[in-house]
Design a binder for this molecule. Structure first.
Ligand code: FAD
Length: 476
């Protein structure tokens, strides 16, 4: 490894404005969104196009320098934060943010990795088309990061996750070569699917520089409602009622517990639940119709009436304007922000088969409360996908940093043990990063873990792409 020679080579290749080296300039790139991981770096590099990025990787290969790709830096597993050695470079894709083209006939858009998700949504909307990936960080996360983490979000129920929305990729390999797989094909059975290998690999197998994404017809209207439910089984019955009656018109189904909304209201007093006192569960339902407003409204009203009659819902309110629908969504999205403001908490982004969800929650709550009686359990999530954010906050009046440091491993072990028992996954949508690095082997099993390590070694034999993320360095 020769960091000073590498730095000279970067300086010879890039403009001075594309290399950040001072502590102040680099600071925003060296810690994660949750302020949980803090790293150091040799430099932060800001390439403006794919050939430039390929040359950066070639220099890194030559001088044995590890790279950490970074998009919007909103990831929740520390995947975009360098280690503390000060020898790695952060490669920010933010300046590679062009929309290369929008194909109306093919219903695709080709974008560079640094495009902010919201910008892509807006570009599609300008052509009356929908790019359905949507999540709380959409104003700052980048599509390269979304694909690298196979992001989920609020529309997975209808449109799938980032992987399902991507047809083609352009990638810079660990050798600094450019793989052009920017095809807008919906069928392409030509051997191993390289695209799917890079999606979800969190920058450990290649650097995504551009993508071809699927677009959909824009719905003519959306109806958003908040529904109070008494229990998890009732909430799942409500989901299935909507699936049965509304089929593909159901585009969002988000569950929030009374505890998670109480915390949101504490941190953001303007975020009051329009259903009144928080019921045990508040469900946000979004319904997108391609026919007419009247058709949608009649259908939503009739399904909600049936739910009330069946006793699986106790109250419901349909947003009367786009502004009100936005406030419903803000309530949901502010839970993550409220938790961050309240103090660090122990997050678990998990999936459980819906049929096991109720038993999972009761059993896990019981084991946790037996060991930590005063702990606060903040549950919410994309219930339509079986995705639960099962987060644990220190008891009120306790220093959260001290509590988390002392109990993190034990709390993780309890929850991940229960996830295994109930047939779930320890990462639904946020990835592995460094947060779950040491939990992966036990969860995936030795064979799957070793196959992953074999792929990593084959594609990145020098281990220069985001080392010690997803797989521990010594697993290769
Ligand atoms: C308020 C809030 C709400 C969120 N809600 C959701 C949600 O609903 N669903 C969800 O899935 N996530 C959610 N997230 C997590 C986060 O926004 C997503 O993981 C997002 O996809 C990360 O994109 P990014 O550009 O910020 O990536 P970064 O944080 O910059 O990077 C994430 C990982 O991808 C790698 N990477 C980044 N760019 C590239 C690239 N071009 N090529 C290769 N590797 C790359 C990084 O090395 C790192 O490992 C939320 C985060 C916040 C803060």
């Amino acid at each position: 490894m020769n960091p000073s020679a590498a730095l000279s080579a970067f300086q010879a290749r890039l403009k001075s404005t594309q290399i950040l080296c001072t502590t102040d300039d680099m600071a925003p790139f060296l810690c994660d969104w949750r302020k949980r991981y803090f790293g150091n770096a040799l430099a932060v590099l800001l390439p403006s196009n794919t050939p430039e990025l390929a040359e950066i990787v070639q220099i890194c290969t030559e001088f044995g320098i590890a790279l950490v790709p970074q998009g919007g830096n909103t990831g929740l597993c520390g995947g975009a934060t360098p280690d503390q050695s000060g020898t790695q470079v952060v490669v920010s894709l933010k300046r590679m943010n062009q929309i290369r083209g929008l194909d109306i006939d093919n219903q695709t858009i080709t974008v560079e990795a640094g495009c902010v998700l919201q910008t892509i949504q807006e570009a599609a909307a300008a052509q009356d088309l929908l790019f359905p990936l949507s999540l709380g960080a959409e104003g700052s996360c980048c599509i390269g990061g979304n694909l690298a983490t196979n992001a989920g979000g609020t529309n997975v129920l209808r449109y799938g996750n980032a992987r399902d929305l991507c047809l083609g990729l352009e990638v810079v390999t660990a050798q600094g070569k450019i793989w052009n797989g920017l095809r807008g094909l919906r069928k392409d059975n030509t051997g191993y699917d390289l695209r799917d290998l890079f999606i979800g690999s969190e920058g450990t197998l290649g650097i995504i520089t551009a993508a071809v994404l699927k677009l959909y017809p824009m719905p003519v209207c959306q109806w958003t409602s908040l529904v109070a439910t008494p229990s998890i089984p009732a909430t799942i019955q409500l989901l299935n009622l909507f699936k049965q009656k509304a089929t593909t018109l159901l585009t969002g189904f988000e569950m929030m517990t009374a505890e998670s909304l109480a915390l949101t209201e504490k941190q953001f007093p303007q975020m009051r639940n329009p259903l009144g006192e928080n019921p045990p569960f508040t469900v946000l339902i979004e319904f997108s119709d391609h026919e007419s407003e009247a058709h949608a409204r009649n259908l939503v009203e009739s399904i909600l009436a049936e739910a009330l009659e069946l006793g699986i819902a106790s109250n419901a309110i349909i947003a009367s304007s786009i502004a009100q629908a936005n406030t419903f969504w803000q309530m949901r999205e502010h839970i993550t922000l409220a938790q961050a403001q309240e103090g660090a908490n122990l997050k678990h982004d998990i999936t459980i088969p819906l049929s096991a969800l109720d038993n999972f929650i009761s059993a896990t709550d019981a084991v946790l409360r037996a060991k930590y009686p005063q702990v606060r359990i903040i549950n919410f999530g994309h219930l339509g996908d079986g995705n639960l954010h099962y987060n644990v906050a220190a008891p009120v009046g306790t220093d959260s940093a001290i509590f988390n440091q002392a109990n993190e491993t034990s709390v993780h072990d309890i929850i991940y043990g229960m996830v295994e028992k109930f047939g779930g996954s320890i990462s639904a949508e946020h990835g592995i990063g460094q947060l779950k690095l040491h939990d992966l082997r036990a969860h995936k099993g030795a064979i799957a873990h070793d196959l992953m390590a074999t792929i990593k070694t084959a594609l990145d034999p020098l281990n220069i792409l985001n080392p010690n993320k997803v797989l521990p360095t010594n697993a290769n």
